[in-house]
Structures are given as structure tokens and as C-alpha cells.
Design a protein around this ligand. Structure first.
Ligand code: CTP
Ligand code: MG
Length: 243
């Protein structure tokens, strides 16, 4: 990976991407981790990386794989350009932090980083563009999200409904999540030091007192989580003309 960060004096922040792909996919119940399952003729990870590597504003992508990943080397051959690979950790936030630490020697702390789950292969280029356009001038950055559409219920431990929750201003957090490299690295480190295992990047920034923005994205940017999600993702890729 080149090191434009070292050559720049004062210039526009660059955009980098970190793709956490070090999970086991336990809810999927498959022996093969879900990022390596086949979806419309390619592995899930190939779809995800293709979108990010092919984006003209993204300088380079850092892929985070697990220490015992035997599948990545087989897929790796087709991704020689613009990709750095590091080893992840026990939780998603440890894996993201490993990716951010790798960027440290190449990027400036003011540069933007898009963190995007390997398990979300249906991300649209137009949603990346929307994020970059909307958040470029923001203080903290923000996340792609979809408005909650169903009626929400809070229930007791025995399954009785106690309350209908007002869904106005409630959003599903998606990825990419876009923050400044320095802010995000500090925020995740601080969260971990205080024993907080954040489940997304925004949570770390929020805990540090930041106010990330919401960028409305398409709801087809699903995270493959359960077996039935594969067929759904395949259909979304087909509708997008990507299969
Ligand atoms: N991830 C990671 N490192 C971890 C855990 C998760 O890089 N220690 C990645 C996954 O590979 C995935 C993304 O974070 O691309 C979102 O996580 P999730 O959907 O929860 O994936 P898994 O943890 O693999 O699945 P499960 O929770 O069902 O085990
Ligand atoms: Mg998980």
C-alpha cells in the first residue's frame, strides 16, 4: 500500500475502507464462515470487496481476517491491487481496531475511514456516494441507516407486551460507518479500556461525546446473518443488476 499520508502537507482528507471479516458466523450455522459462502456465483466477500475496491474515492481497503482463516489465501489472488490484510480479534470492535492500526502508518488522522461489514455484499455505490457527499464537511462523520418501519413492542420476560414504542426517529444502524481515523481509533481504544464492547463504530464515537449523523441508505443493504438471508441477498443483487 502506498503512503500518501506521508507526502501530504495540507490537502483534502483521503478516504480509506476497513472491512471486518474475522467473524465465525455462528448464527448462520454453517461450517464455512458466512463471508465465504457462495452468493450469485461469487463468495460473499468477493462481492463486498469488489464494491469498495472499485470505488474511485477509496484510496485503499484493509481487510481483517481471523488468525485461523484458511480460505482467504485462495480468494486473495484476484485482489492484488489496493488491499492490505491484517488479523482480527475476539469481537468485531477488536477486528476494526486492528484494521485502523494498520492504516496508521499510511493515512493521516484527519482522513476518513469507511468501516463496512464483510457480511453486507449488497451495498450500493450510490449509498457510498451519498455518505461521502453528506458527511464530507461534518464534524464527526456518520453512518448509513434505514428507518424502522414496523410497529415496535417492548415486552416482559414472559413475552407479554408492556408497551408500544414510538418508532419516530428510530433507525436501524447499517454500515458503512464513516469517521475520522484518529477520532475512531481513540474512541474504540477508550471504550475498550473502560470495558465497553461497542457493537458499531458510532457507539464508540457516541461514548466519546461525539454526535454522528444519520445518512439514509437502502434497506437492501442487509447483513447476512441467518441462512434465509442468502436467498434474499441473491435477489437484491439480481435487482441491482449485479448478478
Ligand atoms: N467480525 C469480525 N471480527 C469478529 C466478529 C465479527 O471481523 N471478532 C465481522 C464479521 O466477519 C462480519 C461483521 O464483523 O463481517 C459483522 O459481524 P456479524 O454479522 O456479527 O458476524 P459474525 O460475528 O461472524 O456472526 P455471528 O455473530 O452470527 O457469529
Ligand atoms: Mg457477531
Amino acid at each position: 500500500m502506498s503512503s500518501p499520508g506521508n507526502r501530504r502537507i495540507v490537502s483534502k482528507p483521503l478516504v480509506w475502507a476497513v472491512v471486518p471479516a474475522a467473524g465465525k458466523g455462528s448464527r448462520m450455522g454453517s461450517e464455512i464462515p458466512k463471508q465465504y459462502l457462495t452468493l450469485a456465483g461469487k463468495q460473499v466477500l468477493e462481492h463486498t470487496l469488489g464494491i469498495l475496491i472499485g470505488h474511485p474515492r477509496i484510496t485503499a481497503v484493509v481487510l481483517v481476517v481471523s488468525a485461523d482463516d484458511v480460505r482467504w489465501p485462495i480468494v486473495a489472488e484476484q485482489f492484488e491491487q489496493g488491499l492490505n490484510v491484517v488479523t482480527g480479534g475476539a469481537e468485531r470492535c477488536h477486528s476494526v481496531l486492528a484494521g485502523l492500526n494498520c492504516l496508521r502508518e499510511h493515512a493521516d488522522d484527519r482522513d476518513w475511514v469507511l468501516v463496512h461489514d464483510a457480511a453486507r455484499p449488497c451495498l450500493r455505490v450510490s449509498d457510498i456516494d451519498q455518505m461521502l457527499n453528506n458527511l464530507n464537511e461534518s464534524v464527526w462523520g456518520g453512518i448509513l441507516a434505514a428507518p424502522v418501519r414496523d410497529t415496535l413492542k417492548r415486552c416482559s420476560t414472559n413475552g407479554e407486551i408492556e408497551q408500544t414504542v414510538d418508532r419516530t426517529r428510530l433507525w436501524h444502524a447499517l454500515t458503512p460507518q464513516m469517521f475520522r481515523l484518529g477520532d475512531l481509533r481513540t474512541a474504540i481504544n477508550t471504550a475498550l479500556e473502560s470495558g465497553l464492547i461497542v457493537t458499531d463504530e458510532a457507539q464508540a464515537i457516541e461514548a466519546a461525546g461525539g454526535r454522528p449523523m444519520i445518512v439514509e441508505g437502502h434497506a437492501d443493504n442487509i447483513k447476512i446473518t441467518h441462512p434465509e438471508d442468502l436467498a434474499l441477498a441473491e435477489m437484491y443483487l439480481q435487482i441491482q443488476g449485479r448478478s
